[in-house]
Ligand binder design. Structure first.
Ligand SMILES: *Cc1c(COP(=O)(O)O)cnc(C)c1O
Length: 240
């Protein structure tokens, strides 16, 4: 049996983890010819209780990501309203309504139908939602996301919908045994992102490549990530 640490111990762990992650991000940014300010850090808060999320926010983190609509909604009252929140998990069309006023970006747009529903809900509100197009970069049957080949066409169609602003691409690569393999997937994601940017230039602000998680945010930054999504490396292993 693993002993559960006290809240105080976990606060300290989060502080140390964050310091180390920040140093790694800064170094990787410089190695990729950029600076720390070019890379956005997201704390992925799935399964994490609000007391620990709020501790992370007190350290200067200003963006959180949740996978599930219900979990996000259940935590809302305990989190600062001004903290930026993104949805990063598969979204069913019938739940778009519930997040339309809560998140500023849906990173996991994986079909034309969910994009159409986001457009419909945002038009009703006379607002715009930022979205990223999720690409199934390893063509895995177990994952949602657009096929790489379908991305340019889908991007053009979704960018044409009122109430939606296409900001870029999000991807989760397959579990890889080596860093060079994972970098190959990230490179592919970056090419798709660059193509989308070129295809939509003039119409949209395409500026976000969301790749990299706890185990691979450094190689992701070296391949051009502008946003990294980190959960367990910050908060510790998830307890379901
Ligand atoms: C859970 C999750 C993350 C964070 O995963 P860690 O490996 O804990 O950093 C990032 N992105 C998505 C889409 C996730 O579901």
């Amino acid at each position: 049996m693993t002993a559960l640490s006290s809240p105080e111990q976990r606060f300290r762990d989060i502080e140390e983890n964050y310091k180390e992650i920040e140093e790694n991000i800064e170094r990787a940014a410089v190695r990729s010819g950029r600076s720390r300010g070019d890379i956005r850090f997201m704390a992925v808060t799935k399964t994490v209780e609000p007391i620990f999320i709020n501790h992370a926010l007190s350290l200067g983190i200003d963006l959180i990501g949740e996978n599930k609509v219900q979990e996000l909604l259940s935590k809302l009252e305990y989190l600062p309203p001004q903290t930026e929140k993104h949805l990063i998990g598969h979204l069913q069309s019938n739940k778009v309504r519930k997040v339309a006023d809560v998140v500023s970006c849906i990173q996991s747009v994986d079909s034309l139908s969910v994009a159409a529903e986001i457009s419909r809900q945002m038009q009703q509100r006379e607002k715009t939602m930022d979205v990223l197009l999720e690409v199934n970069i390893g063509a895995e049957a177990s994952k949602t996301g657009f096929d790489a080949a379908a991305l340019p066409e889908a991007g053009a169609q979704i960018a044409g919908l009122p109430g939606i602003r296409v900001r870029g691409v999000m991807a989760v690569p397959p579990i890889c045994e080596s860093e060079s393999l994972v970098r190959g997937y990230f490179e592919k994601a970056r090419r798709l992102y660059e193509d989308l940017k070129a295809g939509l230039s003039g119409e949209e602000t395409v500026d976000t490549l969301s790749i990299g998680m706890s185990s691979d945010y450094v190689p992701a930054i070296l391949e051009g990530a502008t946003l990294v999504r980190v959960g367990s490396a910050l908060f510790g292993p998830r307890r379901y």
